[in-house]
Design a protein around this ligand. Structure first.
Ligand SMILES: N[C@@H](CCC(=O)N[C@@H](CS)C(=O)NCC(=O)O)C(=O)O
Length: 323
């Protein structure tokens, strides 16, 4: 009986690791302040801002959602936080709750949107093994967002739904390019992440150390999951590599980063002088890995660092509030 329980626990730990097949890890350090100059902003403004959606925002001193992502106290940050009050009639939900795994890239995509748009939200960290926090829902994945009791699922659909509420004219302003790159994030970029963060035994342990420290695990689950999960994901990531036709995971990550920088065409953001939904999506899924070995390597070996720093400043502090 005990042995069966032990096997079950291990299987669950590995299943817990399974979520991390599509999950990445958050860690961090002070955001680097970087220059806003040096970009052909006027061209970008003209060409891209046609598609820009307005950003309702309000200055708020809130608990930082991703505890390691404190923001530099630079003038840039102040600029990013010089937030106007949302115009009357705008989307002002009373209660927004994000059911998430702290390290999940899809959840971080939604958080990037909520943070950028300064929509206050509570977080419920879901236990990946028993998922008891989302037992009430028929949907068994995260993120799940509830907005004044209305359930929304799937990160891209959640963002679309929120945008329809914050910017009712969104459908008209929506650009094909933005949609294309949002699709690239979901269909390509996220698949490059797991093979990278579990690439070696030490990277897999680094990742699971974060997952188990910041996720919702009991003491025993944490102990078992850290080592069993890291070991399992090390092997699973090799399968994922094959599944997604990746031969060299680091090269694929660098290639994705360079592809993204090329897409910016010299502008600050894909959205021009302000981030659009594709910028927020790329930033959101990369944020959990940024300060892991894979993320550090990516910034060191590609041109993505400058855009990333600008995004950190533009997104600003988390709009998460205590539950
Ligand atoms: N297409 C979904 C994917 C969501 C997803 O796969 N989430 C993972 C966590 S990163 C999950 O919940 N996996 C199921 C599990 O953990 O059992 C989205 O964009 O939200």
């Amino acid at each position: 009986m005990r042995r069966v329980q032990g096997i079950t626990t291990l299987r669950r730990a590995i299943a817990g690791g399974n979520y991390a097949a599509t999950s990445t890890i958050a860690t961090g350090q002070l955001a680097r302040a970087s220059t806003m100059n040096g970009f052909p902003a006027s061209n970008c403004q003209k060409v891209r801002n046609v598609f820009r959606v307005s950003r309702p925002s309000v200055a708020r001193d809130v608990f930082t959602g991703t505890m390691f992502f404190s923001v530099a106290s630079s003038s840039l940050e102040q600029e990013a936080h010089a937030k106007e009050l949302p115009p009357a009639g705008n989307f002002l939900p009373k209660d927004v709750v994000l059911y998430q795994y702290e390290a999940c890239p899809f959840c971080n995509k939604v958080k990037a949107f909520l943070d950028y748009y300064n929509i206050p939200y509570k977080v419920v960290e879901v236990n990946p093994i028993n998922k008891k926090e989302i037992k009430w829902s028929e949907y068994k994945k995260v993120p799940i967002l509830t907005v004044d009791g209305e359930q929304m699922v799937d990160s891209s659909e959640i963002i679309d739904s929120l945008l329809r509420k914050t910017n009712p004219d969104y459908a008209i302003a929506h650009s094909d390019e933005e949609a294309k790159w949002r699709g690239w994030v979901d269909n390509h970029l996220v698949h490059v992440l797991s093979p990278n963060i579990y690439r070696t035994a030490s990277e897999a342990l680094e990742s699971f150390d974060y997952i188990t420290t910041h996720g919702n695990f009991s003491y025993t689950e944490r102990l078992v999951s850290k080592y069993a999960g890291a070991a399992a994901m090390y092997f699973v990531s090799k399968k994922l590599k094959k599944k997604h036709n990746i031969t060299d995971e680091r090269a694929a990550l660098y290639d994705a980063a360079e592809t993204w920088v090329d897409a910016l065409k010299g502008c600050k953001f894909l959205g021009g002088t302000n981030p659009n939904l594709a910028d927020l999506a790329v930033f959101g899924v990369l944020r959990p890995i940024r300060y892991l070995k894979s993320g550090k390597d990516m910034v060191e070996h590609t041109r993505i660092g400058e855009w990333y720093s600008l995004m950190e400043s533009a997104v600003g502090k988390s709009s998460r509030v205590n539950a």
